[in-house]
Every structure is written in structure tokens, then in C-alpha cells.
Design a protein around this ligand. Structure first.
Ligand code: MN
Length: 377
């Protein structure tokens, strides 16, 4: 770090009023992220959009945001509305806001100087429907300053989740060519850093603050950034959320009773989750015919904040001896099993394993089941 620089806190996509299991957690994560700005003595807070969902925005949500942001005054806060909190008639952004909060309201880039600092902030608002033009293909006008920050809600080419609107799309090259010291970007819910040709960080998505669903698993964070006077940027991930969404996949093949199945799941979940987390466990594999797994029995004895177990990935092992008897299975299947068992009888150990796999694949195909590799541990 060279000399006295500046420090920012960035977070986005809090979708504060989204309903669901973690509504309270979304709010507390937002409050903690704001408190982080005070703790770290941030010079500015950067909020690149989707703080709330317009469709369901209510007075409570607006009050929470204005109060919490007002409480961190005099730290200046810059908001670039996204596609979900876009500036539509009746938006809370048209209401009363504390003096330390600046909201970008134009659907084109505008720039402001950060009071008392050699730093400009350039931002844009999505208005009505999201902006879908490639605005970064052309040079963005900006104020000349030692540190130039860009703030917007946009879609990085090549990384867009299928359920996200393609708003202000841009390529890494287009963004880097703009020459900003740093760009704070919102819209995607996972942390991602964009670096220049020297490998120096020039932009980042902080991702969302608190996971809500299965597509938002793992550590979610706010960013604390340091920009030195040479334009060097350092980013620190700070987890402010109370809970993580944790997805755990467990192969239970080889278990002989429910206790063994549950023990395997417990072991895997225990490696990845903390008690306060929300667990989605998925069991897969093959179990002996007749061994039934009661997912709710596992779920009810968990000490996690919430835990669910999916068992649709479990298949039942075939009872081959019975199937080999003509009476126990349709003729084609029975004949197939009998012939394969005969071939196994005269095979060596290695061949026998291959023949057995081949037989299971064959039976799965006959039954229209999804084929699952059998040689994976
Ligand atoms: Mn968005």
C-alpha cells in the first residue's frame, strides 16, 4: 500500500423484503453490513443495487433502509438502483432520505466528487425496466480525480445465471478499458473479482449478503476495500450473515440399515455445516431392496437451525437370485439375469466385477432408470 488511501464498504443484492425462511436474517445482515462501515471507519459505502424488490416494497422495508443508512452518518452512502429496486413510480427512492445518502436517479452515467477527497463516484440507475444496452462499449464520461470509482448494477458476460435479467451487459475488456480505479458491481449473488492485465483487482461483485435458497449456498459477504494513492486495490471478504445455506451430497451406497445411512449423512453434514446453518442434504446411491429411508426421522433429530433430507437419488439394489427365477421377473429380464449370472460363474474375479456392473447397467436400461456410474467411491 502506498500512502494514505481510502476505504470503502460494498454490498448489494440484499433483496430485503423478499419473503421466505430467512427474512429476519436478511434484515440483520443488512444492519451488520452497515455497522461494518462504522467499525472499519469507511470513507464511503457503495451499494450497487437490488437492496429490495420493487414489487413488494413496503414502508417497513423503506424505513429499515433509511434508518440504518442514516445511523451511519456522516459516512456517505451511494446507491445505484438495480433491476429489482429500479426507479418506478412510487419507489421508496423517491421518498425522504438521510442527508448522507446519495441515490443515482438518472438512466445514464453521472459523476460526483466525494466531499473532502480526491475521489469521484460515477453511477447510474435502472429506471422502469432494466437497461439492457451495452453502455460500457463506449467511454463513460467521468470526473477527473486521483481515484475514480464506478458503481452500477450489471451483467458480466459469460457468468450470468439463467434466471437473471441481462441488464447493462459488459465484457471484462470493456470494463477494464474504461480506466476506472475500481468498479463496484451488483446483480450476481456470488463473490467475483475482475482483474486487469497485470492481475490487479479492478472490479468486484460482492454477491448477496445472506443466502436465501439452494442457489445461494456457502459463504456470502460484504467487501471492505482499500484503495491506495497509486490506485492499488485490496479487497477483504467479511461475512456478516448469521446463517449459511449448506448443500451436502452424500453417497450412501453400501449401507445396510437406516442407522448406517444416517451416520454417513451426519458425518458429511458435520464436516460442512455449523449449528446455525440451514442444511439441504441429498442422499444418493444404491441400497438393498426393501431398505426404506424415512427422511423425516433424520430431519427431526437434527440440531441445525433447519435441515432437510432429499432421498429421491436413492435407488434399490436388485434381488438378482430372485430375478433369475422365471417366475420372479418378466421373461426377458429373467433370461438376461440368468445368462449374466452364468457368465459370472466362469469368470475370474476382475471379470466378475465388470460383468456385475454390466448386468446392473443392463437392468437399469430395461427399467428405464437413469444410469449411474458404479465405479465411483
Ligand atoms: Mn439484480
Amino acid at each position: 500500500m502506498g500512502g494514505l488511501g481510502m476505504r470503502f464498504v460494498q454490498f448489494a443484492d440484499s433483496h430485503l423484503n423478499s419473503s421466505g425462511a430467512v427474512a429476519a436474517e436478511l434484515r440483520s445482515a443488512f444492519e451488520r453490513a452497515c455497522a461494518l462501515a462504522v467499525d472499519r471507519k469507511a470513507d464511503v459505502v457503495l451499494l450497487p443495487g437490488d437492496l429490495f424488490d420493487y414489487e413488494t416494497a413496503d414502508e417497513d422495508t423503506a424505513a429499515l433502509i433509511t434508518r440504518t443508512l442514516g445511523d451511519i452518518a456522516p459516512i456517505p452512502v451511494y446507491i445505484a438502483p438495480g433491476n429489482h429496486d429500479s426507479l418506478r413510480p412510487g419507489s421508496p427512492y423517491f421518498g425522504e432520505w438521510p442527508a448522507n445518502v446519495h441515490i443515482f436517479t438518472e438512466p445514464r452515467f453521472e459523476s460526483f466528487m466525494l466531499a473532502g477527497m480526491d475521489c469521484s463516484i460515477t453511477g447510474i440507475a435502472h429506471a422502469h425496466r432494466g437497461i439492457t444496452d451495452r453502455l460500457l462499449a463506449d467511454a463513460i464520461p467521468a470526473l477527473d480525480a486521483g481515484t475514480r470509482i464506478l458503481l452500477f448494477h450489471g451483467s458480466r458476460d459469460g457468468y450470468r445465471p439463467s434466471d437473471k435479467e441481462n441488464v447493462i451487459p459488459f465484457s471484462d475488456a470493456e470494463l477494464i478499458a474504461q480506466g476506472f480505479t475500481y468498479a463496484a458491481i451488483g446483480h450476481y449473488h456470488s463473490l467475483a473479482t475482475i482483474s486487469d492485465e497485470n492481475g490487479d483487482a479492478r472490479a468486484a461483485y460482492s454477491g448477496c449478503l445472506q443466502g436465501r435458497r439452494l442457489d445461494e449456498t456457502g459463504v456470502k459477504c460484504a467487501l471492505v476495500g482499500e484503495i491506495d494513492t497509486q490506485g492499488g486495490v485490496e479487497l477483504e471478504q467479511v461475512e456478516v450473515a448469521e446463517r449459511r445455506i449448506v448443500r451436502v451430497d452424500v453417497d450412501v451406497t453400501g449401507s445396510r440399515d437406516p442407522d448406517q445411512v444416517f451416520a454417513r449423512i451426519d458425518a458429511e453434514v458435520g464436516k460442512q455445516a455449523r449449528k446455525q446453518d440451514i442444511i439441504y442434504a441429498f442422499a444418493k446411491g444404491t441400497l438393498p431392496l426393501g431398505l426404506e429411508i424415512d427422511a423425516s426421522a433424520w430431519e427431526s433429530r437434527q440440531g441445525y437451525y433447519r435441515a432437510s433430507l432429499g432421498i429421491l437419488g436413492i435407488e434399490q439394489e436388485y434381488d438378482l437370485e430372485a430375478m433369475a427365477r422365471e417366475s420372479a421377473a418378466p421373461t426377458l429380464r429373467s433370461a438376461f439375469v440368468r445368462r449374466m449370472l452364468e457368465r459370472q460363474d466362469c469368470a475370474d474375479d476382475e471379470q466378475r466385477l465388470v460383468l456385475r456392473d454390466a448386468m446392473i447397467y443392463g437392468l437399469s436400461a430395461l427399467d428405464g432408470r437413469r444410469l449411474r456410474p458404479r465405479d465411483v467411491d
